[in-house]
Design a protein around this ligand. Structure first.
Ligand code: GDP
Ligand code: IMO
Ligand code: MG
Length: 422
């Protein structure tokens, strides 16, 4: 069997959690492959909202296994809070949540370093979620990291102390920050014990054996392709490979094992944190997108910047990921717009370009926009593609024609049931 991949094609928050939760019953394994508690994946069902940061979005479905893969970075404190929340919702996570021994641990001092590094950057800050993501991946690639499997070794505390001492030296280079290390450390050590109650696995063997047994595996991406460490708007990115290739390294599966690549895009565009955003709106349309889309970060609560859908940007991420099917979310947010726009190219100086330039961070890019007539009606009761107003299908089909890939699902609301299969 092959591994299907779900990932975000923009700057994150495309609605990955909702789509993974919807599709989960078709799979035996749901695996997170990168990122960590910087992610906030929202699921809505039974009138309740659940936000997951580290745990895969299949956790509420029965008869399937959720895997936190080696590419993920885990903060035992956040994970313990999530475990408590899913337990309160009736899930027994010890039964269906497994953790790769090769996943790296986020220490309290990683969060301190994240905070100090952002303070040092001042105005040029990344807008990090301050969850310690960057410093943890730095220790991973710098070959200093602590991994989940180290919890089973007799000298774990010694390894922890060595890394903490290295961090103390680094912190001397940065401005002082407000952080109660003693309290955070005590909590961290306590929650490490909670983490120890989960089953640790050799994730790469586990996933490949499942594939050999004919099991269906779904890899759940976090963040979005424009936040990818290699292909995003560097340096305003996260510190992992958020693209399809990240599923191979983050789970230990060969590229030849990748099946469907399901790319999710909102019907417009958002970004939280700093960095370039060519179609960003600073007018009433932008305010309406933010208000109607309730665009506040699921992890930090920060307001998300909003803008029109960006075709050159999506073409780029469709290419990098090898997307085989698209999903459009939040189309309902456009219900009241009399006119909806998308960007088809950019003007840079007196040049017209339709690719993302290397120096996107330094360029003043003005989007060239194409306008569509809105449908000006609620899509709340629409259940089939055929019932969609013709203005909406024209909008959807124009985008797929430009991207050269079809939409397999259209999402019309946060609830699990608000999904139109095609
Ligand atoms: P993720 O990080 O990609 O999982 O996305 P987030 O959960 O951070 O943000 C998506 C937000 O949009 C959440 O609040 C979802 O409940 C909500 N959402 C998802 N799909 C839809 C949709 O089709 N319409 C509307 N109005 N909201 C949606
Ligand atoms: P999900 O999985 C949206 C952004 C941060 C910041 C940059 C770097 O919910 O889509 P980091 O904490 O990784 O150092 O932050 O990346 N960012 C996200 N934006 N959705 C996310 O995850 C994000 N995870 C990180 O706002 O700009
Ligand atoms: Mg999110």
């Amino acid at each position: 069997m092959a591994v299907d991949v779900i990932l975000g094609l923009q700057w994150g928050d495309e609605g990955k959690g909702k789509i993974v939760d919807y599709l989960a019953p078709k799979y035996d394994l749901i695996c997170r492959f990168q990122g960590g508690p910087n992610a906030g994946h929202t699921l809505n069902f039974g009138g309740e909202k659940h936000v997951l940061h580290t745990i895969p979005s299949g956790i509420f479905r029965e008869n399937l296994v959720n895997v936190i893969g080696n590419g993920v970075v885990i903060d035992p404190i956040t994970l313990a809070k999530e475990l408590k929340a899913v337990r309160a919702a009736g899930v027994v996570p010890e039964d269906n949540l497994l953790v790769s021994k090769k996943a790296h641990l986020i220490l309290p001092t990683h969060r301190m370093l994240d905070q100090a590094s952002e303070a040092f950057k001042g105005k040029a800050k990344i807008g990090s979620t301050l969850r310690g993501i960057g410093p943890t991946y730095m220790d991973k690639t710098g070959r200093n990291g602590l991994r989940v499997g180290d919890l089973e070794s007799a000298d774990f505390e010694q390894k922890y102390r060595v890394l903490k001492e290295k961090h103390a030296l680094l912190l001397k280079l940065y401005p002082e920050i407000d952080f109660d290390l003693e309290a955070e450390e005590n909590n961290w050590l306590a929650q490490v014990e909670t983490l120890r109650k989960l089953r640790f696995i050799d994730g790469e063997y586990f996933v490949n054996e499942a594939l050999d047994q004919g099991k269906h595996v779904l890899a759940e991406g976090a963040q979005g392709s424009m936040l990818d460490i290699d292909f995003g708007t560097y340096p305003y990115v996260t510190s992992s490979n958020t693209v399809t290739a990240g599923a191979c390294t983050g789970l230990g599966i060969a590229p030849s094992k990748i099946g469907e690549v399901i790319g999710i895009t909102k019907a417009y565009c958002t970004r939280v944190g700093s960095g370039p955003f060519p179609t960003e709106l600073f007018d009433g349309d932008g305010e309406n997108l933010a208000r109607l889309g309730n665009e506040f970060g699921a992890t930090t609560g920060r307001p998300r910047r909003c803008g029109w859908l960006d075709i050159p940007q999506l073409k780029y991420t469709v290419m990098i990921n090898g997307v085989t099917q698209l999903v459009m979310t939040k189309i309902d947010v456009l219900d009241t717009f009399s006119e909806i726009k998308i960007s088809t190219s950019y003007k840079v100086g007196d040049k017209c370009i339709d690719h993302l330039p290397f120096d996107i961070v330094d360029q003043k890019m003005k989007p060239s926009l194409e306008a569509f007539t809105g449908w000006s009606q609620s899509l709340d009761e629409v259940r089939t593609y055929q019932e969609l107003p013709k203005e909406a299908t024209h909008f959807i089909e124009s985008i797929e024609a430009k991207l050269g890939v079809g939409f397999s699902m259209i999402s019309t609301g946060p609830e699990r049931s608000k999904l139109i299969p095609r």
